[in-house]
Design a protein around this ligand. Sequence first.
Ligand code: GLU
Length: 283
Amino acid sequence: MIVTRFAPSPTGFLHLGHAFAALTAARAGERFLLRIEDIDQTRCRPEFEAAIMEDLAWLGLDWEKPVLRQSERFDAYRAALQRLEADGLLYPCFCTRAEIAAEVARAIEAPHNMSLGPEGPIYPGTCRHLTDAQRRERLEKRAAYALRLDAQKAADKVGALSFTEKAAGPQGEHGVIAVAPLLFGDIVLARKETPASYHLSVVVDDAFQGVTLVTRGNDLFAAAHIQRVLQALLGLPAPQYAHHKLILDPSGKKFSKRDTAVTLRSLRADGLTPYHIRLRLLG
Ligand code: GLU
């Protein structure tokens, strides 16, 4: 049984890119689920969630109920973090964004010290090197901190891993892809104001919802590497992946929330029907 999901964040109205992602997931799945990725409560709004459901229904999609909301899953994320913590794979990071930027700028002077990950420069590991005493002192001062994964320890623990890519990814990859566990470096898994990062919450929830095939845009292809590592560390099953093309604007860029002309509601107001949308996107 192939189980797929569409996992939008309710931070704006759905546009053509989302419609393609949702239609792709619904077509690929024998069961099709919806997950609302609303961890960032400062950006997510209930009216956008309502609009997402209205637009998907208008497109003719039907998803299994109940809908999973990430804002209701904080206990599950905490439990996952506790497990990683108990395995000695996390460390607190007290660096501010400005300190990291300064460290990275210094590293640019000596480029052999800096590497670039899929989400930008890789964290230089400053807080990984703190002594126990330094760590205690900072924790006692209650400095705000993030929890980072020690990527090298994680790599040593999981050993060789792979994931299955069923569509051709951005570089045409499909088949069995060897995981590069250090690709993202020591990623942040939780912050004071965000109890779980995107990678952690997605992995926990895909397993909880029984998703067997993750379909999503190929801008997230690299994410499968670190998500596969987290699945292995947490003893979760590995879904297969099918990263699809992105629907781009005429200048070749991704649609942004500001491109109001391509939201499904404005296309609908212009008189387009779901049939037109499907024809334009799926041919
Ligand atoms: N919430 C993510 C997005 O809106 C999708 C996450 C995923 O499919 O893994 O792009």
